[in-house]
Every structure is written in C-alpha cells, then in structure tokens.
Design a protein around this ligand. Sequence first.
Ligand code: HEC
Length: 112
Amino acid sequence: MGRRSLAIGAAALALCGCGSSGRATGASGHAYAAGRAIFIHAGCGGCHTLEAAGTHGVLGPDFDRSEKLTEAQIRGQLDLGVGGMPSFRGRLSPKQEDAVAAFLSAAMRRRH
Ligand code: HEC
C-alpha cells in the first residue's frame, strides 16, 4: 500500500502539467499543485481534513481549523511521526516531503 501510493505520488509529480490550481500561478503554483497531489495520494487526506485538497479525514487534526504551521514544522512532523501520525520518512522522497509541506503550509496561510 505504501509502495503503491508512493508510485502514484511520483506519477502525479511527473505528470503535473498544472493547468490551473485555481489560485496560484507560475513556479509556486506548480509546486503547490504537486504538493496537493501528494497530500491526496500519499493518504494524508485519509486522516486529515483540508478544504484545499478536498479531503475529510478525521483521525488527525483538521487543517482548516488547527493552528497554522510553518513549512519547517510540517516537514519535521513528516520525518518524525507523532502519536497516531506515522512517519513518512522512506515512504515519500525528501523532495516529495518538501512539496507536501510547502503545499500544506501555503494552504493554511490562505485561510481567512
Ligand atoms: C494514519 C493517519 C494519518 C496519516 C495517513 C497522516 N496523518 Fe498527519 N497526523 C495524524 C494524527 C493522529 C496527528 C496528531 C498527532 C499527535 O499530535 O498525536 C497528525 C498530525 C499531523 C501534523 C501536526 C499537526 C499539528 O497541528 O501539530 C501535521 C503537519 C500532519 N499530521 C501532516 C500530515 C501529512 C502532510 C500527511 C501525509 C504525508 C499526514 N499527516 C498523514 C494522523 C495521520
């Protein structure tokens, strides 16, 4: 399962033509869309609610309501895993972890 979702995430990264992510443009828009695809395909959304990714998981914090985190804080969480949150080290490449952390941090900052 981990292996499979990783392959899908990598494919999403490779295929990312990034027509429009709606709000973002240019290089950062590309990264945003790639991170969003990883968030969905790596299973983050199975445990986390995030409107920007259209997910409604309830095991972990709801990112539409939780405290805003920096990219670095999210990145750390991905490597370590805490409590009910598995570590993604070895499941996602460092580049994929960077992309999903950047996406999530940006999505949190866009909230009102
Ligand atoms: C199996 C369920 C599960 C999956 C899959 C999962 N998480 Fe989590 N996550 C949790 C839980 C539970 C917590 C709360 C951990 C704690 O503090 O005990 C958490 C916490 C977090 C936090 C810290 C939130 C805060 O407010 O401190 C971040 C950031 C996070 N997850 C990001 C992600 C990302 C990105 C992914 C996908 C790569 C992901 N999670 C996948 C269950 C999950």
